[in-house]
Design a binder for this molecule. Structure first.
Ligand SMILES: [Zn+2]
Length: 365
């Protein structure tokens, strides 16, 4: 088990930039995982099929598709409302278009309030054009490792604070907790953090086990669709076996025709067969990474991209916002390479019922 624990210590959120903790990563182990991924059943093949399916759009095509605010709003309405407009406040579809478009594009006969496609989404309470939202989403998805608020500020020509808030609301919309069912999933967890400078100096002396101060991130990858779900489950302490088991039970439906779960040898997952899962595992402790179909290399490659993302793009990730960064990385990973309209539209669909105020963002979760 000891070896297992250290296998993940390379995934480290670099709070202040500077020193590259990557060098601590067991390079040979990473290379071994990457090599095995080539051989892992299904993984490479599935990815290529997905790539072909993506209707990739470049910037020229983006501006052709969304030349003005009207086109952007029409697209958003199609994605968020579907065929009939409905009220984001009360959920009723007794909604009509306001001729003047003021103060909003629609009005609800049930709650008597004005509304638009932004109502009841993370786009509410903002003056940024929908077109700007779409371009921001486009940029966040196109870049392999994401864009920082700083880059976004320049690209969109808006204030830094507005760009920062915009990024976080888009990340909030990228959160998808729909459970997995009737498929094959790989489950794993990674430990982020461990910087001594994260802690107050008087506390440093009392900590012997540095793993205890990491954020534990739990992740699932659907091997058939490539979809990834990941989020932190524990901060500043170990994510115990019970926590991890509970996450599996919540996120993966055991029933249906054969939901197959592959994990490593972590004790949290040992009893999954008793909960109705078809479960098998590889023992990283003895250097086993692939055993027939059984491997967690797919989700491990996601941890690798998380690591790449925060080293390449984000210099500062606080625990408070960590789950949103992970949302973004998981969404990008699920979408696969390239960036189609479907992927941008998926973010819009996910905006329904989500809200993130500036106060909530700055004052805590
Ligand atoms: Zn209403």
């Amino acid at each position: 088990m000891v070896r297992y624990e250290y296998a993940h210590t390379g995934y480290d959120i670099n709070e202040e930039g500077g020193e590259d903790v990557l060098t601590k990563m067991n390079l040979e182990e990473t290379l071994e995982i990457m090599r095995l991924q080539q051989d892992a059943p299904g993984v490479v093949e599935k990815r290529q099929t997905k790539r072909e399916q993506q209707d990739i759009i470049g910037q020229a095509k983006f501006w052709k598709t969304f030349p003005d605010e009207r086109a952007a709003i029409a697209f958003a309405e199609k994605m968020i409302w579907g065929d009939t407009p409905w009220c984001g406040r009360c959920g009723g579809d007794n909604v009509y278009r306001v001729k003047s478009g003021k103060p909003m594009s629609h009005r609800c006969r049930d709650c008597k309030k004005y509304c638009s496609v932004r109502t009841g989404t993370v786009m509410a309470e903002t003056n940024l054009p929908v077109q700007t939202w779409l371009f921001a989403i486009y940029l966040m998805l196109t870049s392999r490792t994401g864009v920082s608020a700083n880059q976004l500020q320049k690209e969109l020509d808006i204030y830094y604070e507005a760009a920062w808030f915009l990024c976080h609301r888009i990340r909030e919309a990228m959160e998808d907790r729909t459970p997995f069912h009737e498929t094959t999933v790989e489950i794993d967890e990674a430990y982020l953090g461990s910087k001594k400078r994260w802690m107050h100096s008087n506390k440093k002396k009392t900590i012997n086990n540095w793993r205890e101060i990491k954020a534990v991130v739990f992740g699932i990858k659907d091997r058939e669709t490539g979809r990834v779900m990941a989020y932190p489950v524990a901060y500043g302490h170990d994510g115990d076996a019970d926590t991890l088991l509970e996450e599996v039970l919540t996120r993966v439906r055991p029933w249906g025709e054969g939901t197959t779960v592959y994990t490593d040898g972590h004790p949290a997952y040992r009893e999954l067969n008793n909960y109705g899962y078809d479960h098998d595992w590889v023992d990283h402790g003895i250097g086993e990474y692939v055993d027939g179909d059984v491997t967690t290399n797919g989700i491990e490659s996601f941890w690798t991209s998380v690591k790449r993302g925060h080293h390449g793009t984000y210099y500062f990730i606080s625990w408070k916002h960590l789950h949103r960064y992970i949302n973004e990385m998981a969404y990008r990973q699920s979408a696969g390479p390239g960036n189609g309209l479907e992927t941008i539209g998926g973010v819009l669909k996910n905006m329904r019922g989500k809200r993130l105020t500036y106060k909530k963002l700055t004052k805590g979760r």
